[in-house]
Design a binder for this molecule. Structure first.
Ligand code: FES
Length: 199
C-alpha cells in the first residue's frame, strides 16, 4: 500500500500500528524501506494506540488529503470514528480489510445495531453500526479491559450471559467461538438483537 505512492513520489505518512514490538519481521522491512523516514511505528502494549493518541494527520482534515486504513475490523472502526469526528468527509476515508469478513452461517441473522445490556445494572446500550461495543461502553463510563483494540491480543473477552456473539476477532479458537460465552468487545458484534454481558 505504501510502496506504490512512494514510487510515484506522492506525499504521505505511514502509521503502522502493532499490538507489540514482538512483530519484528514486517517492522524490519518498514525500517529499511525507501519511506522509512515517513513511517511512524506504534505499539499498543506500550500505550501507543489510536485510542490513546490518534495520529495528528488523522485529525487535521485538509481538502487534498485522504486516509487509507487497512487492518482488523475493530482497528479500522476506531480510525474511521476518530477521522469522522475530526471532520473528515466519507470521501476522504478508504478502508481495506485484511481478509473477507466471515459470512453469517446459513440461516443466521446479524444484528446491525444490537443492544448490549449490562447484567449488574440492567441498562442497555445500543451499538451503532459505526462504533464498537467497547467504544459504546467506555463512552457510558462502563469499565472494560482493552489492549490492542484490533481483535488480535485477546485482552477484552467479556462474559456473555445471553444472546449470540458475531465473532470478528482473530484470537478465539473455533471451540471458544462455538461456546459463545465470551465476546471480544473491541471488534465483535451480535447475531441477536441483544447481548447480555456479565459486567
Ligand atoms: S482489545 Fe485486544 S482483542 Fe480486544
Amino acid at each position: 500500500m505504501a510502496e506504490a505512492p512512494a514510487a510515484r513520489g506522492a506525499s504521505f505518512v505511514l502509521h503502522h500500528h502493532t499490538s507489540g514490538a514482538a512483530e519484528a519481521p514486517p517492522l524490519e522491512r518498514l525500517r529499511t524501506s525507501a519511506f522509512a523516514e515517513r513511517t511512524v511505528i506504534h505499539h499498543s502494549d506500550q500505550g501507543d494506540s489510536v485510542r490513546a493518541e490518534p495520529p495528528t494527520e488523522l485529525l487535521v482534515p485538509e481538502a487534498d488529503t485522504a486516509v487509507h486504513v487497512c487492518g482488523p475490523d475493530g482497528f479500522m472502526t476506531r480510525v474511521v470514528t476518530e477521522a469522522t469526528a475530526a471532520g473528515r468527509p466519507p470521501g476522504q476515508l478508504h478502508t481495506e480489510r485484511l481478509a473477507p469478513a466471515a459470512p453469517p452461517a446459513a440461516g443466521d441473522e446479524v444484528a446491525t445495531e444490537p443492544t448490549v445490556r449490562i447484567a449488574s445494572t440492567g441498562i442497555g446500550h445500543p451499538v451503532p453500526a459505526d462504533r464498537t461495543i467497547a467504544d459504546v461502553l467506555t463512552a457510558q463510563g462502563v469499565e472494560v479491559e482493552l489492549s490492542c483494540e484490533q481483535g488480535i491480543r485477546g485482552a477484552c473477552p467479556t462474559p456473555v450471559l445471553d444472546g449470540e456473539p458475531d465473532h470478528r476477532d482473530e484470537v478465539r479458537t473455533p471451540d471458544e467461538r462455538a461456546a459463545g460465552d465470551r465476546i471480544t468487545i473491541c471488534c465483535s458484534r451480535a447475531r441477536t438483537p441483544e447481548l447480555l454481558l456479565g459486567l
